[in-house]
Write a protein that binds this ligand. Structure first.
Ligand code: ADP
Ligand code: MG
Length: 461
């Protein structure tokens, strides 16, 4: 199967070839023809399977017919985070370079005024996070009645972040006769319900490839004593053929401290975590993408969903607390056919987390000895199980258990909160949706720098 068989235009095929893609991924091969036939579609496939191009490519061809009207976007793409929205915008730039389409990006952390200006002229594609779009809608700054194509991307993450009610409201503002596409890595019941309500006679495409059984990713557990982690990490970074690496830590403080320590030891690293404002995060990500640094130390929330190509290694400096975070983390490597390696540090405290990961992925991950004998922790299995104070049941919902990183609190760092995430999680069992929205989509205050180029980009002119 190649791209030319999918019914895409010549301009688009040229852009795709120039982007270096030779073959469509399975989800692209199944989705693109249906989208071109204007069908509603549910696309379920793991992270890293190329879902973005499966809607961006046919959309470019569909939108190349017809014209824009003031204040009215012709199509709308909803993304859970600013980073993902920015990545989709980059995709439109890349593939749409031979098509005359205009787009606007509506995300938190960028001055509202500039975004409104971009919209006044009317755009072919509006890419938005739900919170910011709702704000603008409530102020009457935008009409969605001309929007005949809607994409709900990363639907399961939208659910995690409490955006489903917003999405329902947004859907109700769009014309009834429209094409709706929904993409997700998983299909939990609330997403199924959303699809039943807002899609009509959709075609469902499911590409089953659990990220964990991705044979292109070599996974290893490294038993290590907590106080030896940095040392072992440095040894692995030197011993392995590490071209680019993301190192995940569970706590923001660990991200900061580890990055500092790596730099002090001569590594080219940078950091990304939720205490950083949006421009700072994007700047760090750019440095990594440009290759100014080849190691990115990250927290889960800050890194989730980021499209960073060719990461050769993922290191879990801390074993993730939640098994789905493990799948997301290692999904940063071995993407779209490239080989990758994932190392997970395991201390004796992590036995339960590792057991949960292995249960979720249905695999036993191979254990290797940490380089340096004294660095190795006693194998958890051989230790007598220590009696622990009975722990309260972990909240069941995934949404209640993510590492909360409220951007609102930038500057007001509270070391205790960083140091006691366990406690924080228990307290925050039910999340406050407004606050959550503030997390990703808060006020305009954060952005004082230049307007990013992708804000009001006119393609192919
Ligand atoms: P998803 O949304 O499913 O998580 P993305 O759309 O972000 O995945 O794509 C994951 C990675 O695969 C990106 O780096 C993208 O550039 C790359 N990619 C997508 N389609 C192809 C293709 N047909 N051939 C090679 N690489 C691809
Ligand atoms: Mg995606």
């Amino acid at each position: 199967m190649n791209f030319a068989d999918l019914g895409l235009s010549d301009e688009l095929l040229r852009a795709v070839t120039e982007a270096g893609y030779s073959e469509p991924t399975p989800i692209q091969a199944s989705a693109i023809p249906s989208v071109l036939m204007m069908r509603d579609l549910i696309g379920i496939a793991q992270t890293g399977t190329g879902k973005t191009a499966s809607f961006v490519l046919p959309m470019i061809d569909i939108l190349s017919q017809g014209r824009t009207r003031a204040l009215m976007p012709r199509s709308l793409i909803l993304e859970p985070t600013r980073e993902l929205a920015a990545q989709v915008a980059e995709n439109f730039e890349k593939y749409g370079k031979y098509n005359k389409l205009s787009m606007a990006l509506l995300i938190g952390g960028v001055q509202m005024g500039d975004q409104v200006k971009a919209l006044e002229k009317g755009v072919d594609v509006l890419i938005a996070t739900p919170g910011r779009l709702m704000d603008l809608f409530e102020r009457g700054k935008i009409l969605l009645t001309g929007c005949e194509l809607l994409v709900i991307d990363e639907a399961d993450r939208m659910l995690d972040m409490g955006f489903i009610p917003d999405i329902e409201t947004i859907c109700s503002k769009l014309p009834k006769t429209r094409q709706t596409l929904l993409f997700s890595a998983t299909m939990p019941p609330p997403i199924k319900k959303l699809a039943d309500k807002f899609l009509s006679n959709p075609k469902t495409i499911e590409v089953s490839r659990p990220a964990s059984t991705n044979l292109d990713i070599t996974q290893r557990l490294v038993p290590v004593r907590a106080d030896k982690k940095r040392e072992v990490l440095r040894t692995l970074l030197n011993a392995e053929d590490v071209r680019t690496a993301i190192i995940f830590c569970n706590r923001k403080t660990t991200v900061r401290e580890l990055n500092k320590s790596l730099r002090a030891n001569g590594f080219q690293s940078s950091e990304i975590h939720g205490d950083m404002d949006q421009p700072a995060r994007l700047a760090e990500l750019d440095r990594f993408k440009r290759g100014d640094v080849n190691i990115l130390v990250a927290s889960d929330v800050a890194a989730r969903g980021l499209d960073i190509k060719g990461v050769s290694h993922v290191f879990n400096f801390d074993a993730p607390w939640h098994p789905d975070d493990y799948v997301h983390r290692i999904g940063r490597t071995g993407r779209a056919g490239a080989k990758g390696a994932a190392f997970t540090f395991v201390t004796s405290e992590d036995a339960e987390n590792i057991a949960n990961i292995e249960k979720l992925t249905g695999q036993t991950i191979e254990r290797i000895a940490a380089p340096g004998r004294e660095a190795a922790d006693e194998p958890a299995a051989e230790r007598p199980r220590r009696e622990r104070a009975p722990r309260r049941e972990k909240p069941v919902e995934a949404s209640a258990t993510r590492e909360p990183e409220p951007h609102r609190e930038i500057g007001a760092r509270d070391a205790r909160r960083d140091a006691a995430p366990e406690l924080k999680r228990e307290r925050g069992g039910r999340r406050d949706r407004r606050r959550e929205r503030g997390d990703e989509d808060g006020d305009d205050g954060g952005w004082n720098g230049p307007i990013p180029a992708f804000l009001d980009v006119t393609l192919g002119r």
